[in-house]
Design a protein around this ligand. Structure first.
Ligand code: GLU
Ligand code: ZN
Length: 460
C-alpha cells in the first residue's frame, strides 16, 4: 500500500479560522490513522495580505491544539521559480500557450458577452497561434480539455462532474511572471507527494481546473475529499457575526484545546453516538470516508459542555498552568496548595478556564472588592451574625458548620442568611464552593481576618 501523504495549506492572510483548524485536524487524523504523513505548507504568495504575524499564529495554534506536522514546513513563496518553470515546460510540450490578448481586449469581450446575456469565457484566440511574438506582454494559459467531462470521485462528496466545455483555458503564469494560485497548488502538491487533498468544499470548483493541470503535466491525480463548511446555528456560513471564529479567541475565552479539538472532530464526523472522544480513539476510528456531506452547525453550548468535561478531567497542576495566564499571577507556594485542595469544588461550577481562574482567586488573596450583590449582607443583622461567628472561631475544636447553625438559630434567621453572610465576607461574592470548605482550606486565622475586614468596611 502506498503511504498516505496529506497536507494542511493555510494562507497567512488573516487569523486562523476554526473551520481551517478542523480541516487541519481531519488531515492530521487521517495521516495518523493510516500511519501516513501530515505536511504543512504556508501559502503566502499573496504578498499584500500575508504577514509573519499570521504565520506565527498558525504555528502557535497548531501547537496549542496538538497537531504536529511531519518534515519541514514548505513555504510556497520559496517555490515560485519552480512553478514558473512548470508553466514554461507545459508550453514546450504543447500543453499550454502564450496568450497576448491585452487586458483591454479581454474586458471588451467580456462586456459584449455579458451585454448579450452570455457567460464569459476566454475565447481561446491565442490557443493555436503558430508563431511566438516578441516584445508583447503575455500570460501563459493552459490548453484545457474541450470535450468530455472532468470527474472527481470525491471521498466525501461522492462522484462530482463538470462538463469540460464549462472550463476556461486558465492562466498559469501572469504577465508579470508570477504563477497563479491554481498552478502553485498543483505543483506543490505534486512535488510534496500528496496522495490525498482534504480541504473545504469551497475549493471544489478549483479542483476541476487543478485536475486539468495534473493531466497536462502527466502527473498522478491525488484523491480529493471536500469537507462541508461550518455554519452557524442560523444556517449561515460561520462568520464573526456568530461570535468568535478564530482559534485564538477560543483560547482566550478559556476553552481547553482538548474540548475544541473534540468538538471540531464531531462537527461533520461521528462515531456512533460518542460525544467524548479522546485523541487516541479519534486516531483509531477516523476515516475521511465517514465525514458527512451536509454542512455542520457550530453550537457553542455543545463546545462549552465538552469544556466542562475536560476541565473536570484535567489534573490540578495542568489546570493551574492554564489558569495562571488569566490570573495575572502565577500561583505558587501556599496559594497553589490551597487551589489544589479546593479545585474539585471549583471545577463543579466552571464552564471555562476563565471562570476557574476567577473563582480560584479566593485562595490567592483576601477580597479587595465586593460584588454589589454582597451589599445585602452588610446590614446590621448580618454583621451581628458575623461578629458572633468570629468570636466562636477562637475555639477551633468544634465544627464550624454546627456553630453557624446555632448562631442562626439564636438570632432567628435562616441558616442560608448566615452562610451567605460568611460567603460575602470570605469571598467577596455570593457564589462559591461551601464556605466551610473555604474556611478549612484558608485556615482559621485568615478566615477571621477576612470576616473582620468585611465588618470593618461595612460597619456604620
Ligand atoms: N490556502 C488555501 C486556503 O487557505 C487552501 C488551499 C488548499 O487546501 O488547496 O483556503
Ligand atoms: Zn489571447
Amino acid at each position: 500500500m502506498k503511504v498516505v501523504v496529506v497536507r494542511f495549506a493555510p494562507s497567512p492572510t488573516g487569523v486562523l479560522h476554526i473551520g481551517s483548524v478542523r480541516t487541519a485536524l481531519f488531515n492530521w487524523l487521517y495521516a495518523r490513522h493510516t500511519n501516513g504523513k501530515f505536511l504543512l505548507r504556508i501559502e503566502d504568495t499573496d504578498k499584500l495580505r500575508s504577514t509573519d504575524e499570521n504565520k506565527q499564529l498558525i504555528f502557535d495554534a497548531l501547537k496549542w491544539i496538538g497537531i504536529d506536522h511531519d518534515g519541514e514546513v514548505v513555504i510556497q513563496s520559496d517555490r515560485l521559480e519552480r512553478h514558473k518553470q512548470v508553466a514554461y515546460e507545459l508550453v514546450e510540450n504543447g500543453m499550454a500557450y502564450f496568450c497576448y490578448c491585452s487586458q483591454k481586449e479581454l474586458v471588451e469581450k467580456k462586456e459584449i458577452a455579458i451585454n448579450s446575456g452570455k457567460s464569459y469565457k476566454y475565447d481561446r484566440t491565442c490557443r493555436d497561434l503558430l508563431e511566438k511574438k516578441t516584445g508583447i506582454p503575455y500570460v501563459i494559459r493552459l490548453k484545457s480539455e474541450i470535450d468530455g467531462n472532468t470527474i472527481v470521485n470525491d471521498l466525501v462528496q461522492g462522484t462530482v462532474r463538470v462538463n469540460n466545455s464549462q472550463l476556461d483555458d486558465l492562466v498559469l503564469l501572469r504577465s508579470d511572471g508570477t504563477p497563479t494560485y491554481a498552478l502553485s497548488v498543483v505543483v506543490d502538491d505534486h512535488d510534496m507527494g500528496i496522495t490525498h487533498v482534504i480541504r473545504g468544499d469551497d475549493h471544489l470548483t478549483n479542483t476541476f481546473r487543478q485536475i486539468q493541470i495534473y493531466k497536462a503535466c502527466g502527473w498522478n491525480i491525488p484523491n480529493f475529499g471536500h469537507i462541508p463548511l461550518i455554519y452557524g446555528v442560523d444556517g449561515a456560513k460561520l462568520s464573526k457575526r456568530h461570535g468568535a471564529v478564530s482559534i485564538v479567541e477560543y483560547k482566550d475565552l478559556g476553552y481547553l484545546p482538548e474540548a475544541l479539538s473534540n468538538y471540531l472532530l464531531r462537527l461533520g464526523w461521528a462515531h456512533g453516538d460518542d460525544e467524548i472522544i479522546s485523541k487516541e480513539q479519534a486516531i483509531a476510528w477516523f476515516d475521511i470516508k465517514n465525514v458527512g456531506k451536509s454542512p455542520s452547525r457550530f453550537d457553542i453550548n455543545k463546545l462549552t459542555h465538552l469544556n466542562e468535561h475536560y476541565i473536570k478531567e484535567k489534573n490540578g497542576e495542568d489546570v493551574i498552568e492554564y489558569m495562571s495566564q488569566f490570573m495575572g499571577v502565577q500561583p505558587d507556594g501556599a496559594a497553589k496548595t490551597r487551589i489544589l485542595k479546593g479545585l474539585k469544588s471549583l471545577k463543579e461550577r466552571a464552564k471555562t478556564i476563565v471562570d476557574l481562574a476567577k473563582s480560584s482567586m479566593i485562595y490567592v488573596e483576601i477580597p479587595s472588592e465586593y460584588d454589589e450583590k454582597c451589599y445585602k449582607f452588610t446590614e446590621g443583622i448580618h454583621l451581628k451574625l458575623l461578629r458572633e461567628f468570629c468570636k466562636n472561631m477562637e475555639d477551633s475544636s468544634s465544627d464550624f458548620y454546627e456553630k453557624a447553625k446555632k448562631i442562626a438559630e439564636n438570632n432567628n434567621v435562616k441558616f442560608v442568611e448566615m452562610a451567605q453572610s460568611l460567603r460575602a465576607a470570605l469571598t467577596g461574592n455570593t457564589i462559591s464552593p461551601s464556605v466551610f470548605e473555604i474556611i478549612d482550606i484558608i485556615g482559621i486565622e485568615e478566615s477571621r481576618k477576612r470576616i473582620e475586614k468585611f465588618i470593618e468596611i461595612f460597619e456604620k
